[in-house]
Design a binder for this molecule. Structure first.
Ligand code: MSP
Length: 511
């Protein structure tokens, strides 16, 4: 069985922004980590291309929706490559295979007698592609996410009998690990306790969608189409795709990572749809928080969206990854502030990790013939080796429970403590006496070895920096030897050459 992890399928009404990068980087980090543990990973991302929102965006641009979708999907694909995102599948909901899977799925739900024709009346947010529960003063009410007025709809739609699955969903929510984090789980429990209502799964006024078989003028509601993308991404048959074949091996997904705004779709509607179709539900849905910029919501109209291309060219990939992972606790909201960003990168990466490597490697080269020192065993207790083993255990526990910020802090704390060890032992003073040379060799080795382990632990979070650390230690990551084996103490070769050090991370300036 593979470990299946998914990002949301992003709407192609707009290019990727910091919010979409955030989820994708989290999934990339977890996918890299799982691969290091030797698991077979299927990392799915992609784009959600149908529906009224996309149809309107294309109309506004005066181009065919298909052309618009091709353009923006290509941008997403390219941006993820620029960010070195290691996705295995990129699904487009306009692909033919996906259409077949949606139809097969619909057929199953229909066979369960869960589809009926009804009339849908209500206030709709096109940005969310969702009916809202008729808020007070609906005609002037602005959706808090999109800051746009709701639209009144009154049309004949097909409905899905969500209400039939009240008790199944209640039972699912009792499973402790299904929704994370806990705060989000309570929101969903409250929503479900008010009683589930059937929801409409087709539209008559939206031509840009998958036609419902056998019913003229109806296309599938964009969510009844997009959620299936998680499954069609797993299709392996080029010639004859089917739902039956696709779910044989790798379904269900192990984890869907999504933003808190779309948790209801993933933790209530989606499992009910899957149960109706006789399929397994995902193991876990994780609703992360929202990012703001300098305390303000990001938006095109506010002109404060952080452009991914600009972020790469200004700062590079790893600083942004470090900030998003280490500074924001997964699940909570986060704020991108330039000053804080610059401080964190300079303190954590440049001054603490970078400097540790740089100064130790310089000392070792200067005193020991451009090499890692030879083996000495003078010290009775090796506090640094003990600390690395504790760090490795904590890091693995934190990663396994998706506490990525804590895993990143584990690495940073190891670097801070290794710096302290160096400062306390003052090898630059000891080296002045000849009889201290063996002791200095041991201290320097301990620090270099700790740095090697720091580099390995950084691998899933900061792939670029991690490989630079290894190169500078003259020890490259050996993909044939298991990562966990390589985390064991003492594997940096004594007497091996140390390349000339150069800064592994550049200090950033305030804007
Ligand atoms: N197309 C649907 C998802 C379908 S999944 C089968 C969708 N797309 S979206 O492009 O609008 O949003 C994609 C994700 O980006 C959501 O998880 C949303 O929460 C996230 N974010 C959008 N803005 C965000 C921030 N400012 N911060 C963090 N994430 C946010 O919804």
């Amino acid at each position: 069985m593979s470990f299946v992890i998914t990002t949301p399928l992003y709407y192609v009404n707009d290019k990727p922004h910091l919010g979409s990068i955030y989820t994708t980087i989290i999934c990339d980090t977890i996918a890299r980590y799982k691969r290091l543990l030797g698991e077979k990973v299927i990392f799915i991302t992609g784009v959600d291309e149908h529906g009224l929102k996309i149809q309107r965006t294309a109309n506004e641009k005066g181009i065919e929706p298909k052309i618009h979708c091709d353009e923006v999907s290509e941008i997403f694909n390219k941006v993820w490559k620029d960010w070195d995102i290691t996705f295995d599948k990129f699904i487009r909901t306009t692909s033919k295979d996906h259409e077949i899977i949606v139809r097969d799925f619909y057929q199953r739900v229909k066979t369960s007698d869960d589809i009926y024709m009804g009339v849908q009346k209500g206030w709709y947010c096109v940005g969310c592609e969702e009916f809202k529960d008729n808020p007070e003063n609906s005609s002037n009410y602005k959706c808090p996410i999109h800051q746009k007025n709701l639209e009144w709809k009154n049309e004949e739609n097909l409905f899905f009998r969500l209400s039939k699955y009240q008790s199944e969903i209640e039972n699912l929510l009792k499973e402790p690990s299904f929704i994370e984090p806990k705060e989000r789980k309570n929101e969903i429990i409250n929503f479900v306790s008010r009683g589930l209502k059937d929801f409409s799964i087709s539209r008559t006024n939206v031509s840009w969608g998958i036609p419902v078989p056998g019913i003229d003028n109806h296309t599938f509601y964009v969510w009844f189409d997009a959620l299936l993308g998680y499954i069609s991404a797993l299709n392996q048959s080029k010639t004859d795709p089917s739902l039956e074949k696709t779910i044989k091996f790798d379904w269900p997904a192990d984890i869907h990572f999504i933003g808190k705004d779309i948790l209801r779709f993933h933790a209530v509607y989606w499992p009910a749809m899957l149960i109706s179709a006789g399929m397994k539900v995902p193991e876990k849905v994780f609703g992360h928080g929202f990012l703001t910029r300098e305390g303000q919501k990001m938006g095109k109209s506010l002109g404060n969206v952080l452009d991914p291309n600009l972020l790469i060219s200004k700062y590079g990939r790893d600083p942004v990854r470090w900030f998003l992972i280490k500074d924001i606790s997964l699940g909570s909201d986060g704020d991108f502030q330039n000053k804080r960003f610059v401080d964190i990168i300079n303190n954590d990466l440049a001054n603490t990790i970078g400097n540790l490597l740089n100064r130790t490697s310089s000392m070792s080269r200067k005193w020991f013939d451009n090499k890692v020192p030879s083996r000495e065993q003078i010290l009775k207790e090796n506090e640094i080796s003990n600390l690395t083993q504790i760090t490795v255990n904590n890091y693995i526990n934190n990663f396994n429970s998706y506490k990525l910020d804590l895993a990143a802090s584990d690495i940073l704390n190891l670097a801070i403590n290794t710096n302290l060890y160096l400062n306390d032992n003052q090898p630059w003073v000891l080296i002045k006496e000849k009889e201290n040379i063996p002791l200095v060799k041991e201290i320097i080795y301990n620090v270099l070895e700790s740095t090697r382990i720091i580099g390995l632990l950084l691998f899933p979070i900061l792939p670029d920096l991690s490989s630079q650390i290894n190169i500078q230690l003259g020890s490259s990551y050996k993909s044939k030897v298991s990562w966990e084996e390589q985390l064991k103490w003492g594997l940096l070769n004594h007497n091996s050459s140390l390349p000339k050090p150069s800064p592994i991370i550049n200090k950033l300036e305030y804007e």
